[in-house]
Design a protein around this ligand. Structure first.
Ligand code: NAD
Ligand code: MG
Length: 400
């Protein structure tokens, strides 16, 4: 951001994106200070961040963790204020002392605080894609109504943001002259695995992403290609682009982070090493540029950059996400909820990897998708998706 220093609130501070954000902020004390931090249960991680960044206020979603943190902060001689619960998260997200909010909580748990930041008219750096998937129309309407500045952190959407014509982020984008958005996908660790081998995938294998180091949930989503499905929905809302003009292309090297194809045949791409500090630094400083700590890209070290179409047969989650978006209303919230429950069950070895799409398809088939005009509608769809998903696991889940 231009001119003077600005306070930053990091929601999901102990996670992968949260820690990468703190690393960028650490390099630029002259531009930003850490005003507040929020996390769920990781008291040790939060204590370490408090000792280094000295935020004025922090929140733990988990009440017990908040109590333990209070004791630990006192023992360390820090006067940091400690809040708790979802309410605490919304309070720091909307606090006037922060001009910037980094929304990096994983899953539906981040929706209320991401929205609180939007409604307070902040510069919101959005990593929490699930929030947008669940409530896209509502979320974007709130961005417009409250004059928030929404900048995507997801590497693909940040790349698209960089390749699209420069705009005032407070006005809707003009699609004139734009042919399509090309979202790149690494294809995950199982890109070339035959279908029968996918039946035996373990959580450890699914979390071992070839290029990116990330939280467990998004790692599994990347392996199933649900992450790309969620990102198609995210792009649809962020850039108001018709679904048939959002295309996915598998690019296993994760160097081209996405592309915009124009009517005149030009294709603009954003390239960089697979390190989230690049989009984070871009979104923090936009429209300026600052060092992120990421090494320069040496193209002579890249033996090849390849691009192939996605295989919807072996990775049905991508198709399911397109279907849910076409269905509209509460269907994307149902899809997201079913996926969150399925990923959690897979990580706990209560069901197999290829049961993830089977569960989601069954939930989408059985649920009444309803509408998603209000936050209550969205959470009703979320609750229905979770209930049906848990029912499915109860009846069908197998321990692998
Ligand atoms: P992570 O699991 O590493 O971290 C999640 C953070 O959210 C932690 O700080 C945790 O304490 C907090 N959290 C979890 N449950 C919570 C709850 N109920 N209430 C409040 N806080 C809670 O996840 P991550 O990889 O950093 O991903 C965060 C978000 O960013 C996800 O939406 C993900 O899709 C998105 N994202 C991540 C990456 C990446 O490289 N890691 C890239 C693009 C987008
Ligand atoms: Mg991404």
């Amino acid at each position: 951001m231009q001119s003077s220093r600005h306070g930053v609130c990091v929601l999901g501070a102990t996670g992968s994106i949260g820690q990468s954000t703190l690393d960028v902020l650490r390099r630029h004390p002259e531009r930003w200070w850490v005003e507040s931090l929020g996390a769920n249960q990781d008291v040790e991680g939060m204590l370490a961040a408090c000792m280094e960044f000295m935020p004025r206020v922090v929140t733990m979603a988990d009440e017990q963790a908040a109590m333990r943190l209070k004791v630990a902060l006192k023992a360390a001689g820090l006067l940091t204020e400690v809040l708790s619960g979802e309410e605490g998260m919304e309070t720091i997200a909307a606090d006037a002392a922060s001009a910037v909010v980094v929304a990096a909580i994983v899953g539906a748990a981040g929706l209320r605080s991401s929205l609180a930041a939007v409604r307070a008219g902040k510069r919101v750096l959005l990593a929490n894609k699930e929030a947008l998937v669940m409530s896209g129309a509502l979320f974007m309407a709130e961005v417009a109504a409250h004059g928030a500045t929404l900048i995507p952190l997801d590497s693909e959407h940040n790349a698209l943001f960089q390749c699209l014509p420069a705009i005032d982020v407070r006005t809707p984008r003009s699609l004139a002259g734009i042919d399509s958005l090309l979202l790149t996908a690494s294809g995950g660790p199982f890109l070339d695995w035959p279908l029968d081998r996918l039946l035996t995938v373990t959580p450890e294998q699914a979390c071992a992403h070839p290029n990116w180091s990330m939280g467990k949930k998004i790692s599994v989503d990347s392996a199933s290609l649900m992450n790309k499905g969620l990102e198609v929905i995210e792009a649809f809302w962020l850039f108001s682009m018709p679904l048939e003009r959002i295309k996915v292309v598998v690019h296993p090297q994760s160097i081209v982070h996405s592309m915009v194809a124009y009517a005149d045949g030009s294709v603009l791409a954003q390239l960089g090493l697979p390190d989230m500090r690049t989009p984070i630094a871009h979104a923090l400083a936009w429209p300026e540029r600052v060092p992120s700590g990421v090494a320069a890209l040496d193209l002579t070290q890249m033996s090849q950059l390849t691009f192939v179409p996605p295989d919807m047969q072996r990775f049905p989650c991508l198709r399911l996400a397109y279907d849910a978006l076409r269905q509209g209303g509460g269907a994307p919230a149902l899809l997201n909820a079913a996926n969150e429950v399925a990923v959690d069950a897979f990580l706990q070895r209560h069901m197999g990897f290829m049961q993830i799409p089977a569960l989601i398809e069954s939930v989408l088939d059985r649920a009444a998708s309803g509408c998603a005009q209000t936050l209550d509608d969205v959470f009703a769809a979320d609750a229905q998706g979770r209930a049906l998903a848990n029912e499915w696991i109860h009846k069908r889940g197998v321990v692998v």
